[in-house]
Write a protein that binds this ligand. Sequence first.
Ligand SMILES: [Zn+2]
Length: 288
Amino acid sequence: MYVSTYERITALIVEQLEKGAPPWRRPWGGQFQWPRNLSTLKQYRGVNVFLLSAQGFASPFWLTYRQAQQLGGHVRKGEHGAPVVFWKEWETEDRDTGAAAKIPVLRHYTVFHVSQIDGVDHLVPPGEVFDKPHTPIERCQQVVHDMPRRPTIRHDFDRAFYRPSDDMVGMPKIGAFDTAEGYHATLFHELGHATGHKDRLNRASIVEAVHFGSESYGKEELVAEMTAAFLCGHTGIDPATLDNSAAYVAGWLKAIRKDARLVVTAASAAQRAADFILGQSFGQPASP
Ligand SMILES: [Zn+2]
């Protein structure tokens, strides 16, 4: 890939971040549905809206472990929850003056998506089924087809993910996406994660166990999304997906409380990832 493509995309994303990126939209599943607690039906707020949406489930409902039990369900063994964060005021005293003071402390608890819980299906309102007649974009398909040591890709899921344990990318079908470009950008993102596998670029944030919502997880998300943005630039579909990429990056920067400078660090790891997918030797300057 031309070095200028990397520079152009990175600059565009930083520029969008500085302008204040719009809220992120999941690229599949039609209208945005605000994440809600299935027991109280209350909407989550602040950065939690992004953290829960970014998990990528089609239905917007979540429960704590205890709420699931109270509703007669139970969280399946081995399922990992997602963190919900909130600020709590901590009463202390001012070190200099001894006066009473309150400091905000970040706390979190764990919620599980309804699809990770047995016995609550009957409480969940049915979701819409989408099957739009999109045509795949050939030059994007070619990139996927030509990727060296490609992971397994399966299209029978209602969310997009990469699972290092069996080196598999799971995807919704192209018809579930709002646009064909959104489908390709999402697949590029998951392939971006797959480059971190121990037999490829051996990236710590994929090889080691990291928890959803942690700083390491957030950084890996930046790398995957920057990889997708570079490949969208390479295939020429970037204007259709760049706003959403910038919004996703902005969401993660906020979740891990970092600023736009981290994008530039993530971009160099993403450049290696994109070069790997395109079959170019990494560690060398990209050839013009
Ligand atoms: Zn991801």
